[in-house]
Write a protein that binds this ligand. Structure first.
Ligand SMILES: [Zn+2]
Length: 755
């Protein structure tokens, strides 16, 4: 017989047709002949709300004690009162319901998981009536048997007849039971907390007011955020009220058998965790025991008796994330999952599905953090838009910022809260900036992030993360030094004493460069102390100290301590003030090698600045070994850069910028028809940018007898520059132009860093 059906689509549309092939929900599709279009169609269940199979009710598998009634509401707004079976095959795609009335026009309805909005489970009908004391159990059984024989009458009807009760009374009882399901268990969290004397009624009313003013957060959460109760107090009160046990999930073994019984999407959507299965008793952890739908849905899906226990919601979220965290999900996959979640919003006001302990939010945040570290991103910017605008995630790589992800507005607050939680910041503070640290462990690797949360207009908060472990130690040889500069710089590192300075603006790679230098001389026969703020790169063999200016532990304090701690080499992260600078110079004059950085533009200017800061010119002239100014220019992408022949004019400009005399002296290429430079193109590897990675551009001033004399005479920066150039120093622009001729970068990038 041809099976006719009506399909209700999620978008509200309807299809009428005849089944082509037996419907198997696990295939995820339905194959039918659409009568209106006169063609066969394959529809994906994800587009469907429900499928109604038309025809006379098939009562062959009729009423039994293993059945119960349920009210099903779909997202299309349709409501059904149906019979459901306890046993049978369970599939995550959805479930079947059967008509209660024998004269209904359909055999069954299949509800898809996506189209389901709400379902209300009822006790088996026989059980209800016997509990009410209306009929003897035997009478029900008899009725059921008889009904199986008759197969054409409602069970209520038969019971009424058998027990000699008025039909009205039986119907009314059944209705009462059905309706009572809607109001029972509606214990309000607020009332429970008042009863437990944790909060006052006024506080709850204020929180309720806040809830109705558009925030849609759970009352409990609002009270926690206001600092009135703690999460533990909330949970204990709820557990006490419902006579449930509170457990610590970190101390609990989770049985894989129990886990297998409940589909993943249900676990994630309801934020519950099945932990134990004993016979047909399934123990499930929840942080919202007030939600009556949890037990009901679980009982239906698992066919088990459900025993609830309470656990803290962040713990549940973290465990779920841990269990289901699949490495092959990309950030985009996770964002897609977030948007899917929006379809199944429960309309219970006190249930705010989107909070920071939602495993999807946890997964997403973890993934973004790991993703950034893997891709060599230096900074991650979380920028929530105003009102309904999404949250943008931008990455900074090689000094350039670009947008990578957008997350629906619903998740803005949850994402920022999650970041605050993992960096141990105050989650309730929304008006002041906060800074902290995040430590992630992935496959035995530790990845550190520094986080800055800054309140922005519209009550938002931005979070910017610096990926600390992206700062790897780069061997000196790979830093992009010109052959001459590398040779001279290495020579300086092996001098017995003196000070070496690395200078440049923030983000010019000074610290990376100093660490590369230290790595060069980091051997067991050399004791190296470093004082840094923050310690961004760690190196085996170095003794590294994090300074804390807030508690009065400054660079100079560290330096004084190092001097008493038998050092060979001392690195001071930054000479922030004259005292630190004087101490550092002093240390270098007493037989130590000292490394430090300074925020100055170029090498000769650094000399003048230090003298202006009050350094003794004689001391400094003797102590200074060399000053290295550095910038980072974008490197042309090795995969796609293209050779081209420059015009004569372009070549002349480069020569002029370098200085014609030195250009010749340094043996740079003559103009010829074979001369090629490189230009950016853009490919997949460089995300179409034409550049990938960076190359350091240097200016190395090496001290000499002449320069010493000039410093002692308080000479000007120009005089020192001229002397240094005569000794072979090349300024940043010249070094950059050399790198253009080597095809590493282009004039645009050199101009950016040296003008
Ligand atoms: Zn490329």
């Amino acid at each position: 017989m041809q099976s006719e059906l009506i399909i209700k689509l999620l978008n509200g549309g309807e299809r009428y047709g005849i089944l082509n092939q037996e419907f198997d929900p696990t295939s995820g599709r339905i194959d039918f002949f659409c009568t209106a279009e006169q063609n066969s169609e394959l529809l994906d269940l994800s587009e469907i709300c429900f499928i109604k199979f038309l025809g006379k009710p098939d009562l062959a598998d009729s009423f039994s004690e293993d059945e119960f009634f349920e009210d099903v509401t779909t997202s299309s707004g349709d409501r059904f009162h149906l019979r459901l079976k306890k046993g049978g095959k369970r599939v995550p795609e959805g479930f079947f319901g059967y008509p209660v009335e024998i004269d209904s026009d359909f055999k069954s309805i299949f509800f898809t998981s996506t189209g389901l909005k709400k379902r209300k489970h009822e006790q088996p009908i026989g059980e209800v009536l016997s509990q009410k004391g209306l009929v003897e159990k035997a009478a029900i059984e008899e009725a059921l048997t008889e009904q199986q024989q008759l197969r054409s009458r409602r069970v209520g009807e038969i019971i009424a007849e058998k027990a000699a009760l008025p039909q009205d009374l039986v119907d009314q009882t059944i209705n009462n039971v059905i309706n009572s399901g809607r109001t029972k268990n509606k214990a309000r969290v607020g009332d429970i907390l008042i009863e437990a004397r944790l909060v006052t009624r006024q506080q709850v009313e204020e929180a309720l007011h806040e809830q109705t003013s558009g925030k849609r957060k759970r009352i409990g959460l609002i009270l926690i955020e206001k600092g009135l109760i703690t999460e533990d107090q909330l949970l204990t009160a709820l557990a006490h009220k419902f006579g449930l046990q509170v457990i610590d999930l970190n101390e609990t073994k989770i049985s894989p058998e129990a886990l297998k019984l409940v589909p993943r999407d249900m676990i994630e959507r309801m934020q519950i965790l099945p932990i134990r299965l004993l016979g047909s008793r399934l123990t499930v952890a929840t942080s919202t025991p007030t939600d009556p739908t949890i037990s009901e849905n679980l009982r239906f899906v698992t066919n088990c008796q459900i025993e609830l226990v309470c656990a803290r919601s962040p713990q549940i979220g973290e465990k779920i994330a841990l269990i289901f965290d699949k490495d092959d999900d990309t950030v985009e996959d996770l964002i897609d999952e977030l948007e899917d979640l929006d379809v199944v919003v429960d309309d219970e006001p006190e249930i705010d599905r989107v909070n920071e302990s939602d495993s999807k939010v946890i997964n997403l945040v973890n993934k973004v953090l790991l993703d950034a570290s893997k891709k060599g991103i230096s900074d991650i910017h979380f920028e929530p838009g105003m009102g309904p605008l999404p949250l943008k995630i931008r990455y900074r790589k090689d000094g350039i910022c670009y947008t990578v992800h957008q997350i629906a507005a619903t998740y803005k607050a949850a994402v920022i809260s999650r970041l605050k939680i993992i960096s141990k910041l105050d989650i309730a503070e929304h008006r002041r900036p906060q800074s902290g640290k995040i430590l992630l462990k992935q496959a035995g690797e530790r990845i550190e992030y520094r986080i800055e949360v800054t309140p922005t207009v519209g009550g938002q908060e931005d979070a910017v993360l610096r990926v600390l472990s992206s700062s790897q130690i780069i061997p000196l040889d790979d830093l992009g030094f010109s052959v001459t500069n590398l040779k001279h710089f290495k020579e300086l590192l092996y001098k017995p004493y003196g000070i070496i300075l690395c200078v440049g603006p923030t983000g010019s790679g000074k610290t990376t460069c100093l660490h590369s230098a230290l790595a060069e001389i980091n051997t067991p026969d050399t004791k190296i102390w470093t004082a840094e703020d923050p310690v961004e790169i760690t190196q085996e063999g170095l003794r590294q100290v994090q300074i804390h200016p807030k508690i009065g532990f400054n660079f100079e304090d560290a330096l004084r301590s190092f001097l008493r701690a038998d050092p060979d080499v001392i690195m001071i992260g930054e000479m922030r003030d004259p005292v630190a600078a004087k101490t550092a110079i002093g240390a270098s004059l007493t037989g130590h090698r000292v490394f430090s950085t300074l925020h100055t533009n170029n090498a000769p200017e650094t000399v003048i600045r230090l003298i202006e800061m009050g350094m003794d010119p004689f001391n400094f002239a003797d102590a200074m070994l060399g000053i290295l100014a550095q910038r980072l220019a974008r490197r042309l992408c090795k995969k796609c850069k293209e050779p081209y022949h420059p015009k004569r004019e372009e070549y002349n400009n480069l020569v002029e910028a370098y200085g014609a005399e030195q250009f010749k002296e340094d043996d740079l290429p003559n103009f010829s028809k074979d001369l090629t430079l490189m230009k950016p193109v853009g490919c997949d590897a460089c995300v179409g940018q034409g550049y990938s990675g960076r190359i350091a551009v240097h200016e190395l001033l090496v001290n000499s007898a002449e320069i010493k004399r000039a410093i002692k005479k308080n000479s000007s920066a120009e005089e020192i520059t001229q002397l240094a150039m005569k000794n072979g120093m090349r300024n940043l622009r010249m070094d950059g132009i050399q790198k253009i001729f080597f095809g590493m970068t282009d004039l645009l990038q050199v101009n950016r860093v040296s003008s």
